[in-house]
Design a protein around this ligand. Structure first.
Ligand code: PLP
Length: 393
């Protein structure tokens, strides 16, 4: 693949070489555990490329190389899930006695992991405001090991000033990590903005069809790669061959799926803007969204996920009726697939100071015809009834 080619061309060609396999267009699915050594010297040589399927194999190596190129990084590791990419990275880059800074607004299961397991290992976990920017410097301690970001954040999509944070981290020699699932290598490439470690779930836009569990972590240099790889080998981390093949296949169409999802979501958001039942729409591409200007500065586009907050006078019972009367919006805990989903949210346990009372619902917009989606929302909205007011004369 020539460096002069544009990105869409690269997404088509990265990670496949039909000539090496009888002209077959896609790389073959290779199953491995045992890999034979040529001789005793090869067995003793620590640089032997393939030793055992779990540690490294032709398919995982291919996928990891592709993702390192997608993100403009050095080398990558693949993991059994997106959450495993997070936990492997957090464990690899801190030790007992360290202090770590983690964005308040990260993917909730990752928050749970840090609160329960990093603290158990003697790491001090501190959450910070996603809008902190350069003021992160006031939170840094002599033992701060890493700053963990996610931008835009989960559910409410706060946009972080990543370059401002990496500038300070670099001055202080602190590792920066980012969950880049929202952009999945397409909308934002954090290593180019000074981030050391980029991770993502490939269950979302990378694969795009809601049927795999896979994660990837991309590093900026050899030293950080080795730290991560040694830990992941110690921890027995590896990825399924089917999922690697499906992720590579997903990458072929990822740019156009992003564009189509963004366009479809825009139509649904336009409809929500006209509805008086809605207090706020959370979506970085909206001018009314806090962080919109940073998003515009750093990101190439948006995607198909947004959240809405209902005005707080709508009781839970009528929100429940609204949700259960939708025909094309099933409840499901994921996004980035071809199908539309909703997920009810309870933000209080996952935020330091969530003091708003309106009900929050996250939407993942797929590739259905937006007119059918709007019709369905319109009929379901008739179930939303205000609390009865008693008026005493
Ligand atoms: C879904 C998600 C993950 C976890 O991914 P899995 O592959 O489901 O383990 C991590 N980060 C973000 C932002 C996610 O949305």
């Amino acid at each position: 693949m020539s460096n002069n080619h544009r990105r869409s061309t690269k997404f088509v060609h990265w990670g496949r070489d039909p000539k090496s396999y009888h002209g077959v267009v896609n790389p073959p699915l290779v199953r491995t555990s045992t890999i034979l050594y040529e001789n005793f010297a090869a067995y003793l040589n620590p640089n032997t490329r393939f030793r055992y399927g779990r540690i490294n194999n032709p398919l995982s190596e291919n996928f990891e190389n592709v993702m390192a190129q997608v993100e403009g990084g050095h080398k990558a590791i693949s993991t059994c899930s997106g959450l495993a990419a997070i936990t492997t990275t957090m464990f690899a880059f801190c030790k007992a006695g360290d202090h770590v800074l983690i964005v308040d607004g990260l993917y909730p299961p990752a928050r749970g992991f840090a609160q329960r397991n990093l603290t158990k290992m003697g790491v001090e976990v501190e959450f910070f405001d996603p809008h902190i920017g350069a003021d992160i410097k006031n939170l840094i301690k002599p033992n701060t090991a890493f700053i963990y970001m996610e931008s835009p954040c989960s559910v409410t999509f706060e946009v972080m000033d990543v370059p401002a944070i990496t500038k300070i981290a670099k001055e202080k020699g602190i590792i920066t990590i980012i969950d880049n699932t929202w952009s999945s290598g397409v909308l934002f490439n954090p290593i180019k903005h000074g981030v050391n470690i980029v991770l993502m779930s490939c269950a979302k836009y990378v694969s795009g069809h809601s049927d795999i569990n896979l994660g990837v972590v991309i590093t900026d240099n050899e030293e950080n790669y080795k730290r991560l790889k040694y830990f992941s080998v110690d921890a027995g981390q590896c990825a399924s061959p089917e999922d690697l093949v499906l992720a590579l296949r997903g990458l072929r169409t990822i740019e156009m799926r992003f564009k189509a999802a963004e366009e479809n979501a825009a139509r649904i958001i336009d409809w929500f803007k006209t509805r008086e039942e809605i207090e706020e729409i959370f979506y970085p591409a909206l001018e009314t969204h806090r962080g919109h200007s940073i998003w515009k500065r750093d990101f190439k586009g948006a995607n198909g996920i947004f959240s809405v907050m209902f005005r707080e006078e709508y009781p839970m019972k009528s929100i429940e009726k609204f949700i259960d009367s939708l025909k094309l919006f099933p409840i499901g805990s994921s996004w980035g697939g071809y199908e539309t989903l909703i997920q009810p949210q309870n933000l209080k346990p996952h935020r330091l100071n969530w003091d708003r009372n309106g009900y929050v619902l996250r939407f993942q917009i797929g590739h259905e015809d937006s007119r059918d989606l709007v019709d369905d929302l319109t009929q379901a909205m008739t179930n939303l009834k205000l609390k009865k007011k008693f008026i005493w004369y």
